[in-house]
Design a protein around this ligand. Structure first.
Ligand code: CA
Length: 231
């Protein structure tokens, strides 16, 4: 089988690397392994993997540096593996070009879901024909061409900013978007708008979309990092 998609696992902890390898290999992917940042970089350049799982805590160099160096020559989807729960690090990784992150410890379903999302999103970027024109999950339908939002068949009236926010998250469903990247996307690269405006808008959106805004079903908060919409 030479047409399997390959996943490069850059992780110095052998047990965790083995664990991830088992998960991806038993789900039809070819696993490549690197135990250091240096070997990860060279394998990435020579093997052109379809996706990279990158541990941030590596013995020879900072995972953030590995991320930046890969981004110098490749737009391969990168999922960062973070042992630390510090939100700052996750935000920095996302803003530094990572597609997503998972926090240790994680389960097999979570890894696979993140891999599928990152690969699909990447394919969509490459192929305009795959660009979705409708988001439809659990009664919530967003028609991007007609800019219409309905919930259980009833129209939802969103302000222009609210619509932009919801459609941005929906087009990236399953991926976490950092507060900063959302602010830049909606309000422009030179905005001095802060997270507070975003929170206010999100509260309004949830009041319109969610049965229980305190326990959202469609748009989740990744505390300290950003938002992720139901895939
Ligand atoms: Ca490590």
């Amino acid at each position: 089988m030479t047409n399997k998609q390959s996943i490069l696992i850059i992780e110095d902890e052998k047990n965790i690397g083995n664990y991830i390898e088992t998960i991806v290999a038993s789900n039809g992917y070819r696993a490549l392994r690197a135990m250091s940042g240096t070997s990860g970089l060279s394998m990435c350049a020579s093997h052109h993997p379809d996706l990279v799982l990158l541990d941030l805590g590596l013995p020879d160099m900072d995972g953030m540096e590995v991320l930046q160096r890969i981004r110098d020559f490749s737009n391969v989807p990168i999922i960062v593996i973070s042992a630390r729960t510090q939100e700052k690090e996750k935000v920095a990784a996302l803003d530094g070009g990572a597609d997503d992150y998972i926090t240790k410890p994680f389960g097999s379903e979570e890894v696979l879901a993140r891999i599928c999302t990152a690969m699909r999103h990447h394919a969509q970027l490459d192929n305009a024909a795959l660009q979705q024109t409708v988001y439809s999950r659990d009664g919530l339908v967003i028609d991007f061409d007609r800019r219409l939002v309905t919930l259980d068949g009833q129209p939802v009236h969103l302000t222009q900013i609210e619509y932009k926010l919801v459609s941005l998250l929906a087009k990236n469903a399953g991926r976490v978007l950092s507060y900063d990247s959302i602010l830049k996307e909606i309000w422009g690269p030179f905005t001095d708008t802060d997270n507070q405006i975003l929170r206010v808008n999100m509260a309004n959106i949830r009041r319109k979309l969610e049965v229980n805004p305190a326990q959202p079903h469609y748009i989740f908060t990744e505390i300290g990092v950003g938002y992720r919409m139901l895939e």
